[in-house]
Design a binder for this molecule. Structure first.
Ligand SMILES: Nc1ncnc2c1ncn2[C@@H]1O[C@H](COP(=O)(O)OP(=O)(O)O)[C@@H](O)[C@H]1O
Ligand SMILES: [Mg+2]
Length: 476
């Protein structure tokens, strides 16, 4: 019991519990830190999935209690719940209710397990009252709570700053990890994952929703012709490597993944839409900064045991010796090999660096632009260390299309043209990206420097006059 789950971190352990909730077809999962008298006491993972019937709950608590798995199930070893829990906590409580069944509960503490290897039965009324609490999950008549107590990683203090700092850091680490691991499942709306803190002293807490973080979500490819599928065969099996090249110098969250760009190159293995491993070349190449734009998507749904298998924590893939040979012989339809792919990724990276260095730095775009547009601009051009330029709408008392406000670092747009330009689209902070981007590209440099020179002033007058005529013509 003490030996299992040693490769887990807090967030990979939680991912294993979320796997179970997803297998149980939960639409909502809530991860809740419970704080009492200042101290963090326990952690709950609550779902509204199918729950566990009284005749199955002992199997669920059994180490290696495997069941029949459906084709799409994330579970496999019959270990996850126990391994994940005891890697982080000394006590595990499982409370569950299946539809039209009584609530049931089991509790296992490591200290008991050592002497008797038996778990305790939690009274049904206690399980029912815990499960009956309203935690804001859509009701389904069934659900499960996994509760951890005596969590090793929780701070042993009630000092508010320390506890709060710990919680906020943990929440962001958890959201980053779960957002990445489950990004496909979150994107297609199968599940919603939220994180909150319950404090005995307050009744309301704000919830953090886990957003998907798709490590392949760039706005345009870094190299034409990519992504490209390279297919490797080994005996009867084949494995497809979808090779991507990110655009250089991206600052997007899904590129940086909370680290340095070079840290996340390599293979991304997915099993049943769940990401097992974010990056690493598995011996096909060595990690190197010049390959930072290379990311490869690999599905291991089919039977590929001959080439690789996953570790019980489902956090890594272990490749077999045959894997390297298979990669060496992998080809795309047009004949591209892994070596060709590496050469392209390296060239794009180096040219991106060169090109960026000769471009004149610009002030970053701020409010008014969609985040994707900001990412693209920031990946193309070095940003100056000054406040960003915003593009916003306001009422004008004249017909001019725009005005420049250097004090506010803002290009103001005249609201009287907004409806007309939008047509039947909705107004919003980031509306009309094309017009805004063109204005930004045209005018960004008048925001640079201490004063407006006579030439800048004259340009602004020129643009105002010409563009205002243009927008009037468009309205007519
Ligand atoms: N949140 C949950 N909802 C419903 N059933 C669960 C849940 N968590 C665990 N179980 C049950 O407990 C069993 C054991 O879980 P686990 O130890 O993670 O192994 P595995 O997922 O590989 O089967 C699962 O197969 C499932 O039947
Ligand atoms: Mg499991």
């Amino acid at each position: 019991m003490e030996a299992i789950g040693h490769n887990h971190s807090f967030e990979t352990a939680l991912a294993d519990l979320v796997d179970n909730s997803i297998d149980a077809e939960a639409s909502h999962v809530l991860i809740r830190f419970v704080r009492d008298s200042g101290r963090l006491r326990s952690l709950y993972v609550v779902d509204n999935g199918q729950g566990i019937t009284p005749d199955r709950i002992n199997d669920a608590m059994t180490v290696g209690g495997r069941r029949a798995y459906a084709a799409a199930d994330l579970g496999w070893f019959g270990l996850g719940l126990k391994a994940a829990s005891f890697s982080q906590a000394r006590q595990l409580t499982l409370l569950s209710q299946a539809k039209d069944s009584p609530a049931v509960g089991r509790r296992w503490s490591l200290d008991n397990a050592r002497t008797r290897f038996l778990c305790d039965i939690v009274p049904g009324y206690f399980a029912a009252s815990e499960l009956g609490q309203d935690r804001g999950l859509p009701g389904t008549g069934s659900g499960t709570i996994v509760r951890w107590d005596e969590v090793g990683g929780f701070p042993a203090t009630d000092k508010p700053e320390q506890v709060e700092q710990f919680i906020s850091r943990k929440i962001s680490v958890i959201a980053d990890h779960l957002g990445l691991v489950f990004h496909r499942i979150l994107e297609n709306g199968r599940v919603t994952i939220e994180i909150d803190v319950q404090d005995a002293r307050f009744d309301t807490t704000s919830r953090v929703r886990v957003d998907p973080i798709n490590p392949f979500d760039y706005h345009r490819t870094g190299a034409t012709g990519f992504p490209k599928d390279l297919v490797a065969t080994a005996g009867d099996h084949s494995l497809t490597f979808r090779c991507h090249v990110w655009p250089p110098r991206s600052t997007a969250r899904q590129f940086k993944l909370g680290g340095r760009p070079a840290d996340h190159q390599g293979m991304y293995f997915y099993r049943r839409d769940r990401l097992l491993q974010p990056g690493g070349w598995e011996g096909v190449h060595v990690e190197h900064p010049k390959l930072q734009l290379a990311r490869v998507e690999v599905e291991i749904d089919s039977d590929v045991e001959a080439l690789l298998r996953m570790n019980p924590e489902k956090s890594r893939v272990q490749v077999r010796p045959e894997f390297g040979q298979a990669c060496a012989s992998a080809r795309a339809e047009d004949g591209t090999t892994f070596d060709d792919y590496f050469a392209v990724a390296e060239r794009v990276y180096q040219e991106g660096n060169k090109r960026r260095r000769v471009r004149k730095p610009m002030i970053r775009p701020g409010r008014g632009f969609t985040p994707g547009l900001r990412d693209t601009i920031e990946s193309e051009i070095e940003a100056l260390e000054s406040d960003p330029v915003d593009l916003r709408w306001r009422d004008f008392d004249n017909d001019q299309l725009f005005d420049i406000d250097r004090g506010e670092q803002t290009i103001w747009l005249n609201k009287r043209y907004r409806k007309m330009l939008l047509g039947d689209r909705h107004a919003g902070l980031n509306d009309l990206p094309l017009i805004k981007t063109m204005l930004y590209l045209l005018m960004e440099d008048v925001f640079q420097g201490e004063y407006l020179g006579p030439r800048d002033k004259d340009n602004i007058e020129l643009w105002k006059s010409v563009l205002t005529t243009a927008v009037r013509a468009e309205r007519r």
